[in-house]
Structures are given as structure tokens and as C-alpha cells.
Design a protein around this ligand. Structure first.
Ligand SMILES: C[S@@+](CC[C@H](N)C(=O)[O-])C[C@H]1O[C@@H](n2cnc3c(N)ncnc32)[C@H](O)[C@@H]1O
Ligand code: SF4
Length: 431
């Protein structure tokens, strides 16, 4: 995943939704990694470590989809029925390999890929294993990603019975032509019906993912999508700007000149109109791409990424962070992941230890993407950087430009500031 300063909305990625990627991550030998991963408990406690009372998130990546969408850059494959069955056993084994993880877990996010492709008979033992091997709190919030074509009243009841409280639907669009162009397996009618069925299911939060900035999309078509989602009335909406990745069918079409990306100025108009429309409807943009009808519907799991809190990722490509300075990630290919787990090893491909400045910069970028912004005394305590003292003139200028507000010890982006959040962070001095 990349951070695009001029294109404000970036897509989520497994375990690291909207988290800036640290390009300089040194790849290390797997052997070292396994070691350093086991070191999670003994990782040096630095001043930046969160309080031990802060719970962790658990991300589980399910790498199967019924087809691979032409824009998708996630670790996914179609997979056979036997691969899907075997995957449950691999995840259970991986959870056991992490049983020394001692930070209490209060959010469990089953994402992908398409977790709704797994039948509840597969999901149930997987969730039971996570609960028995890892310190998952009994009141942990359970998130599940589902594709509209998998949503039926029966499935919704089964997901509720499994304890899912936050259901995230990958709708993308309500227009048939856009869905066809995105290679999706549902149409607009199915998308609406999936939202309606989910809303009757008794989840605490139903969330709808939409994408904008599609090639050829005009503002009227996008406003139509926003009108439809607002009329349906979910509790949470994510609006992601399409990113075209090189190594995807869309990327190859772009390279051949057969697909043109939306110009940046138009993307900025889409972003501004999205935020204005949802704010007018009373929705809170609590992060650049994420909107909640009320604070209790914010994604508590994704907030952990934005607040630099610890998370453990299981499954191919999943990323983890110890909440201090160590980060590691699993093999992306299912066969590499399976080979390691079958050998009785964690599937970590590489890790990195961020230095103080990298941590501080990342926290600044993440903080400026959320309405919470940066708690300045807390930032100073955790990262050892006096952000306010080092950037007084800049903060005054940004406030005059209407991009940030600095009051009561907090530096917060305004709605206009959110639109250029990543570019804003780059202007700050950290030393
Ligand atoms: C982890 S993905 C997968 C969820 C589900 N399988 C689906 O596609 O509906 C979560 C969300 O990321 C967004 N997304 C995926 N690829 C994207 C891309 N290239 N650019 C922007 N957003 C993307 C979509 O809105 C999607 O619903
Ligand atoms: S369904 Fe979602 S995860 Fe699967 S290929 Fe399409 S975008 Fe990627």
C-alpha cells in the first residue's frame, strides 16, 4: 500500500488499513525473523511502548475469493474447496504458534480476501481456536468482511450466532455498469439487498465500502452512490479512492494506454464532495476514508492501526506490530505460508525495528488522518518529540490556511486538512 499525498484516500490492506508503508523496511532472513517474532514478549520496552493496559487487535487474513477483481492487489486466490478446508487447520496451527502472545486482544477482524466464502462450519472452529490459543477477551468485538453475493438471511443469522458485531460489506458501487467494469460478481440490486438483509440481522454496526475515482466515473454517478447508501442507512461507510496498482489487470491496462486514471484535480473534487455530502447528512468523518453515524460505530479495530497500538496478524500477508517499534509480516503466497506453518514455524517473512524518528513520523501521518488528531503532550511523552515547540510558525500558518486546529493540547486536521493529510505531515520538523 502506498501513501499518496495528492490523492488523499488510500485503500486498506490486510492488517494495515490506511497505514503508511515504511518503504525502507529492511528484509531480514526468515530464521532471524522467527527469532525476533518470538521476541515480541521480550522486545525492548522503550518509552514509546503503550501502557500494558492497552489491548491489542487481531487480524486474520482469509486469502480466497470467487474471482480476482482486476484492480485488486491483496493476497488472494480462487482456491479449491480442499484448500479452503486446509486453511482453517493452518490458521488454527498458526494461532497455537503464537500462544505466547500475552497482550489481551479486544478486537478480532476477519478480513481478506473474502471471509464470507468460508462457510460458518469452517469459521466456527477457526474462531474457537483463536479464542483458546490467544488471550482474546470474552467481550472482544468481532469484525467480518463479506461480499454482497454471499449475504443471505440464513448466513446473516449464522454470522450473528458466531458473535460478529461489525459486518463490513464490499459493495463498491450500486451501479451495474461500474460493478461490471470492476469485475464484481454482484449487481446494484444485489448490493442494495445485501445491505438491507444485513441491517435486519441485528449487528451493532453494518458498514458499506464504496470506491470512487473509477475510470470514467462522473460526480453525478458518485453522488448517486452516496444517496443510495444514505437512504439504506448503515451505521458506517468507507469511501476509498481507487488505487491502480502496477501488478494488477488494471495496472497492465494502464501501461498499455487502455485505461486512464482520473486526474488528480478531479479526484480532489470527489474527495471534497464526499466529505461535504456526508457531513451535511450528519455523518462524522473520523478518518480520511471512514465515516460513522455515531462515535460508537467507529471501527475500534482500525483505530488501533491509526493510534499505533499493537496488533497481531495471522494468515498470508498479514502484518503485525508490537505497539512499541517492531513490525513483522507473513509470507504473501499461500504455499509459502502453508510450508512454514506445516513445519511448525511461524510464517513470518521479514521484520523491522523502526527508529524513533520513523515512529514519530508515522504517528504524525496517522494522527493527521484522523479527526482525533495528535494529543501533543502524549506525543511528546511517547515519541520524545516536542511537535508544537518545533513547528510553531508552521502550525500558525496551517491554522490560518484552515488546514489544522490547535487547541486544548491537540493538533487536529480540519475537513480541508484531512484532504491533504499525508502532504501535511511531510511539512513538519521532528528534530
Ligand atoms: C480488504 S478489501 C476486500 C473486501 C471484499 N473482498 C471486497 O472486495 O468486497 C476491503 C476494501 O478495500 C477496497 N479496495 C480494494 N482494492 C482497492 C483498490 N485498488 N483501491 C481502492 N480501494 C480498494 C474495497 O472497497 C474493498 O471493499
Ligand atoms: S473480492 Fe475483494 S479481496 Fe477479492 S479480489 Fe475482489 S477486491 Fe480483492
Amino acid at each position: 500500500m502506498r501513501v499518496v499525498s495528492s490523492a488523499p484516500v488510500v485503500e486498506p490492506a490486510p492488517g494495515v488499513e490506511s497505514t503508511p508503508e515504511v518503504e525502507s523496511a529492511p528484509a531480514v532472513e526468515s530464521a532471524t525473523v522467527v527469532e525476533s517474532a518470538t521476541v515480541v514478549e521480550s522486545a525492548p520496552v522503550v518509552e514509546s511502548a503503550p501502557e500494558p493496559t492497552e489491548s491489542a487487535g487481531l487480524y486474520v487474513h482469509v486469502p480466497f475469493c470467487s474471482a480476482v477483481c482486476p484492480y485488486c492487489d491483496f493476497a488472494v486466490q480462487i482456491g479449491s474447496a480442499s484448500e479452503r478446508t486446509a486453511f482453517g487447520a493452518l490458521l488454527r496451527a498458526e494461532a497455537a504458534l503464537w500462544s505466547a502472545w500475552d497482550r489481551p486482544i479486544d478486537t478480532v477482524y476477519v478480513g481478506g480476501g473474502t471471509p464470507s466464502r468460508l462457510d460458518p462450519g469452517q469459521l466456527e472452529p477457526m474462531l474457537a481456536a483463536l479464542r483458546s490459543e490467544l488471550p482474546v477477551r470474552s467481550d472482544a468485538e468481532l469484525f467480518l468482511e463479506a461480499n454482497p453475493e454471499d449475504v443471505t438471511p440464513g448466513r446473516v443469522d449464522e454470522w450473528r450466532a458466531l458473535g460478529v458485531s461489525f459486518l463490513s460489506l464490499g459493495v463498491q458501487s450500486f451501479h451495474d455498469a461500474e460493478l461490471r467494469a470492476l469485475g464484481r460478481r454482484h449487481d446494484g440490486r444485489e448490493a442494495r439487498s445485501a445491505v438491507e438483509t444485513s441491517l435486519k440481522g441485528g449487528f451493532d454496526t453494518v458498514s458499506v465500502d464504496l470506491m470512487f475515482g473509477l475510470p470514467g466515473q462522473d460526480l453525478a454517478a458518485w453522488s448517486g452512490n452516496l444517496d443510495t447508501v444514505l437512504a439504506l442507512g448503515p451505521e458506517h461507510i468507507s469511501c476509498y479512492q481507487l488505487t491502480i496498482h502496477e501488478d494488477t489487470a488494471f495496472g497492465r491496462r494502464r501501461a498499455r494506454g487502455r485505461l486512464t486514471e482520473m486526474p488528480e484535480s478531479a479526484q480532489a473534487d470527489f474527495f471534497a464532495s464526499t466529505h461535504a455530502r456526508l457531513a451535511d447528512a450528519g455523518w462524522e468523518a473520523y478518518e480520511v476514508s471512514n465515516f460513522a453515524r455515531a462515535p460508537r460505530h467507529r471501527s475500534q479495530h482500525n483505530l488501533k492501526y491509526w493510534r499505533h497500538l499493537p496488533y497481531l496478524g495471522l494468515g498470508p500477508s498479514a502484518h503485525s506490530f508490537d505497539g512499541a517499534r517492531h513490525r513483522w509480516w507473513n509470507h504473501r503466497a499461500l504455499h509459502d505460508y502453508a510450508r512454514r506453518i506445516t513445519r511448525g514455524e511461524r510464517a513470518v517473512e521479514a521484520d523491522e525495528a523502526l527508529d524513533g524518528e520513523a515512529l514519530a513520523l508515522e504517528a504524525l501521518m496517522l494522527g493527521l488522518r484522523t479527526v482525533e488528531g495528535i494529543d501533543l503532550p502524549g506525543y511528546r511523552l511517547r515519541y520524545g518529540v516536542d511537535l508544537h515547540g518545533l513547528n510553531r510558525p508552521l502550525i500558525a500558518t496551517l491554522a490560518e490556511e484552515g488546514l489544522v486546529q490547535c487547541e486544548a493540547g491537540a493538533l487536529r486536521p480540519t475537513r480541508r486538512g484531512l484532504a491533504v493529510a499525508d502532504g501535511l505531515a511531510a511539512r513538519f520538523r521532528l528534530a
